[in-house]
Design a protein around this ligand. Structure first.
Ligand code: 2P0
Length: 344
């Protein structure tokens, strides 16, 4: 089907807009997602809990305009990605087209507001924004849980970026049962994160491949999965009790456990750099001195510090002093999906 160029007639269903723009923030998991029980549907092996960070928005515009040369046009920060990066977006657009009954190709343009040097480049914000913009442009009417399910198909961590503040992603067992929802408490806990960026380059191994290798070759992986269920329970109890030290401690244990499982993969997956170890020790030293500070780490060498908003600048200053060469920034909780404009 080719949509007519007249905007008034250019709809696929009664409510369809041909173009929409939406943005989403990145999130950092406190209890991690690391492994796909069903890779095709991106159903994870464990449930996870995250904090959406302010000032990390990716804004995406989707226009069902026919694309170019019979295919989608994809632009990320003004550049045309190739290979896997492009294929993932086109596959995602195919999924949206299939659901909405649209065949028209599209132009997808995505702009990230986070400087690469922040070390927070993430598919989470990108696919959450894409899910929102593409579904709205295609005329799908989705609630937040539906949007979360759709974002999951683009990237696991995007499932949680639909929501602001804290979000729990229920692993579920299939497409219908695997989605995220907001968890109140980030503000009352006065949660904040300090990001220690040691390196901004491309990952040595993508998270998708690394989690698959951990699942299939690490003898420690089943133990991490088992611990993770208890960790999430503990983390949610800590949030409910507004107990930051309790939440920080379980977040740190969960992340380091995930990296221990990776280190035990064969061959080992080791994202750590010497500076990573230095940063972890520095955080432990600050804690000894009475500051609220617990580490978490993702699929890379950078270290994020779970802390309180009230002490975040103090924690950041102390880390800058101790860690020469590291870029240290404070991040506070951010909001969920936002629609920036809608064109008929
Ligand atoms: C997380 N990470 O919970 C975990 C912890 C990194 C470490 O989700 O394959 O880009 O697209 O589902 O979401 C990074 O993996 O992976 C991630 P895919 P994703 O935030």
């Amino acid at each position: 089907m080719t949509l007519p160029s007249s905007p008034a007639a250019g709809t696929t269903t009664g409510s369809a807009a041909r173009s929409a723009t939406a943005s989403a923030n990145s999130n950092i998991a406190l209890i991690k997602y690391w492994g796909k029980a069903d890779p095709a549907n991106q159903v994870p092996t464990t449930s996870s809990l995250s904090l959406t960070l302010g000032g990390t928005r990716t804004s995406t515009t989707v226009a069902f305009d026919g694309g170019a040369d019979g295919d989608d046009v994809v632009l990320i920060n003004g550049f045309k990605p190739w290979g896997t990066a492009r294929d993932r977006v086109v596959r995602f657009m195919d999924l949206v087209r299939e659901r909405a009954g649209v065949t028209e190709r599209a132009t997808v343009s995505s702009v990230s507001t986070v400087p690469l040097a922040a070390g927070l480049a993430s598919s989470a914000a990108g696919f959450a924004a894409l899910a929102a913009a593409a579904s709205r442009a295609a005329g799908l009417e989705l609630d937040d849980a539906d949007l979360s399910r759709l974002a999951r198909r683009g990237s696991g961590s995007a499932t949680r970026s639909v929501f602001g503040g804290l979000a729990v992603w229920h692993a579920g067992t299939d497409d219908a049962t695997s989605y995220a929802e907001a968890v109140p408490g980030a503000e009352e806990l006065d949660l904040a994160m300090v990001v220690i960026t040691l390196e901004t380059g491309r990952k040595s191994i993508s998270s998708s491949r690394a989690m698959q290798a951990t699942m299939t070759t690490s003898p420690l992986y089943p133990a991490w999965v088992e611990a993770s269920a208890k960790d999430l329970e503990e983390a949610l109890a800590a949030v409910a009790a507004r107990d930051l030290p309790r939440l920080g401690a379980v977040a740190e244990g969960n992340a380091l456990g995930m990296h221990a499982a990776m280190a035990a993969a064969r061959p080992a997956i080791l994202y750590w750099l010497p500076g990573t170890v230095e940063a972890i020790h520095a955080v432990a030293a600050l804690r000894e001195e009475g500051l609220p500070a617990w580490v978490t780490m993702d699929a890379g060498p950078n270290v994020k510090v779970v802390t309180s908003g009230a002490r975040a600048e103090e924690v950041a200053a102390a880390l800058r002093e101790r860690l020469a060469g590291a870029i240290v920034s404070v991040r506070r909780p951010g909001g969920g999906i936002r629609y920036e404009q809608e064109a008929e």
